[in-house]
Design a protein around this ligand. Structure first.
Ligand SMILES: C[S@@+](CC[C@H](N)C(=O)[O-])C[C@H]1O[C@@H](n2cnc3c(N)ncnc32)[C@H](O)[C@@H]1O
Length: 648
């Protein structure tokens, strides 16, 4: 189970860098996403969260106003009292579910406690969410909670308002953090819905105070303050372990096509020997192609992308000793420490990262240096995943955390070197000025120029700080213009029979026009209906500012365009396989592929699945989605009649 606190601000005007947005929690369990509350600052953003279910604790603005004007079909669960207060005219929600006591989000069991508390029960754990509650801290109900998410309006004083007639004379208000610590027997307590007192405290002081209170009132419980965008999981770990919040996948490269690799690779002909990717970024498609024995030439002008990709293809795997050598690089006063960047906040963290960067250059040479730089690139992509600076909530970037993240980055790079090392060469050139090499296939995933009046996505601007840290000097590079990118299309087309372009729409470049000018057969396919978290976005790389965009594929060829099933060879990215983003057509195909994989395992072959059971689990996930979507038909068509399948 994963909990992401999208926003943590309660009923107050004050904000801080950690608590900007109103209460909203995304809970993910068993392939479903439940959104708990959606306060005022989330208005018009529901499409970016896109949950399966919504639960609103109460009608006040910091809990519910984000749903204003939403004509969504998503089921919205709420108490009768909340339902009465959210008028149909302001909240035209199409699927209201009025609940009391036990109910279900699909198959997930939940219990509405009092008017505005909720307990969710799954085999992964019991989570209780109690914002704004005064009267429900009744121990038997809250027993054995894996996580209690509590009300952080006040640190020390209970706030009890003399309830108006509106609330039927009941007392309303907030139990303080101290009162909750004294009463809650959960394994872990996370406070959100924070008030003025907590938001205005310095973060370090607050943590110190909480540790002190925790020691006094509940020494065996781990206590956390949720920050905007922070993530927690079950099983959870104590606050003293700062690596607990780390994401599983480090790379968040802007525009990464990681999720679309299978869809794109189906158009790479089986007899392809060479593939050139002029703007390869983090090389997701070339990596897949190399796994199938295709020789790669890659290129990217962005140092972050170049160092990562060249480490994967030309690096030498790190041993444990190499990791120790890198981690023992002494902190130093490099570019980041001398810069005016506000994050990481602490000079010591900046010196630590500078030290590792210098260590990567100085302590290694040849292939090992490439590996060190690839791992550092991955770390910096992760930490600088916003336009201006660190936007990760994981301050203060302690030594343990940075070392943990870097070790994970080395592990990821090592694994990829194991799979495709030696199968390609990567360059760091400006493609606008270069001679284009000849290749069987050219795959082009250019910088994105959104259609309409939206500002272009600037890759070099986006990563200006990450590149400066990586290079240890100020990074200066102009992003290419739309016309410059248009200008190289004929050059690319002249060097390969097959040109595959992956683009996002709405695009300011008329790809149909450009490509039909240079190739006889041009086919357009929509590979995803909406943007993924790592797709180009106008503002910071987070879902709240994501634009509504679509991923397209253009296949331009001198000969007829074909798809290649590659059943035996197609490889699922099991960890990142996101069912909600797989199209109907692909889902049906994936079911066939996973069945083929199962057959391979039964014949004693190896696949990306560790064993038979893992393959079956994966197949079951796909099957469940197929059934859930309901409108997927197979040929011949079947119908279940009296418990038996009959051909229609
Ligand atoms: C959409 S991204 C590619 C993403 C990549 N396909 C992936 O899956 O990670 C576009 C890339 O074009 C690169 N780029 C922009 N201008 C360039 C230029 N003039 N020469 C080479 N690369 C350039 C950017 O650095 C960026 O990495």
């Amino acid at each position: 189970m994963k909990l992401t606190f999208l926003g943590t601000r309660g009923e107050c005007e004050q904000t801080s860098k950690f608590h900007k947005n109103h209460s909203a929690i995304r809970l993910e369990t068993h392939d479903k996403t439940i959104l708990l509350d959606f306060g005022a600052s989330w208005q018009d953003k529901l499409k970016f969260v896109n949950p399966d279910y919504i639960w609103i604790s109460q009608s006040s603005p910091e809990h519910a106003l984000g749903l204003k004007g939403e004509e969504t079909n998503i089921p919205v669960f709420m108490s009768e009292e909340t339902n009465d207060k959210l008028s149909e005219s302001q909240f035209p929600l199409k699927n209201r579910q009025v609940i009391k006591g036990k109910f279900k989000f699909g198959s997930i069991v939940a219990n509405q406690i009092s008017t505005n508390g909720l307990i969710i029960e799954t085999d992964e754990g019991r989570v209780g969410y109690f914002p704004d509650t005064l009267d429900v801290l009744d121990k038997p109900l809250l027993k054995k909670l894996s996580i209690y998410i509590g009300d952080g309006t006040s640190l020390t004083k209970d706030i009890v308002k003399n309830a108006s007639e509106l609330q039927g004379g009941k007392k309303v208000g907030h139990k303080s953090i101290i009162t909750q610590l004294k009463q809650i027997p959960a394994k872990k307590i996370i406070f959100t819905h924070l008030g003025k007192e907590v938001i205005e405290m310095k973060h370090d002081k607050l943590i110190e105070k909480l540790s002190e209170l925790g020691k006094k009132f509940c020494p065996d419980i781990s206590i956390e303050i949720a920050l905007d965008n922070s993530t927690f999981g079950i099983p959870s770990r104590k606050i003293i372990n700062p690596t607990a919040n780390r994401e599983e996948v480090l790379s968040n490269y802007l525009g990464s096509k990681r999720q679309f690799v299978n869809a794109i690779f189906r158009y790479v002909p089986k007899d392809t020997k060479t593939l050139f990717d002029p703007t390869c970024g983090s090389s997701h498609l070339p990596i897949e192609a190399a796994k199938h024995g295709i020789q790669i030439i890659g290129n990217d002008l962005c140092p972050l992308a170049y160092y990562y990709s060249s480490g994967i293809f030309q690096g030498q795997q790190f041993s444990d000793d190499d990791i120790r050598t890198l981690l023992s690089s002494p902190p130093t006063s490099g570019w980041l420490s001398k810069s005016e960047l506000k994050r990481p906040e602490q000079l010591e963290s900046k010196r630590l990262i500078d030290g590792l960067m210098v260590g990567a250059y100085k302590r290694f040479s040849g292939g090992k240096q490439k590996t060190a730089l690839a791992a550092m690139s991955l770390l910096l992509q992760h930490y600088f995943r916003g336009f201006a600076a660190f936007i990760s909530e994981e301050e203060p970037y302690s030594r343990d955390q940075v070392f943990g993240d870097l070790s994970k980055a080395v592990k990821d790079v090592n694994q990829l070197i194991g799979e495709v090392g030696g199968k390609g060469r990567i360059f760091n050139k400006n493609i606008l000025n270069e001679e284009i090499p000849q290749a069987d296939v050219i795959y082009f995933d250019p910088p994105y120029f959104p259609g309409g009046s939206k500002a272009p996505i600037n890759y070099f601007k986006h990563y200006v700080h990450a590149n400066s840290v990586l290079m240890q000097k100020k990074f200066e590079q102009e992003d290419p213009t739309k016309d410059q990118i248009r200008g190289i299309i004929p050059k690319l087309a002249s060097k390969a029979n097959l040109l595959i372009v992956s683009t996002t729409s709405p695009s300011a470049i008329n790809w149909a026009q450009e490509l039909t000018r240079v190739k006889k057969h041009v086919k357009r396919l929509s590979i995803s209906k909406s943007s993924t978290g790592s797709q180009p976005q106008g503002g910071r790389a987070n879902p709240t500012t994501a634009q509504e965009v679509k991923e397209n594929l253009w296949i331009a060829s001198d000969s007829e365009v074909k798809t290649f099933e590659r059943l035996e060879n197609a490889s699922f990215d099991v960890k990142n396989y996101d069912l909600s983003k797989i199209s109907k057509v692909q889902l049906k195909k994936d079911l066939g592929i996973v069945a083929a994989k199962y057959a391979i395992i039964l014949r004693g072959g190896t696949t990306e699945f560790e064993n038979k059971e893992k393959c079956l689990d994966f197949a079951e996930r796909i099957m469940m989605k197929v059934l859930e979507r309901g409108n997927i038909t197979f040929s011949p068509k079947y119908e279940i009649v009296n418990g038996k399948a009959e051909i229609i």
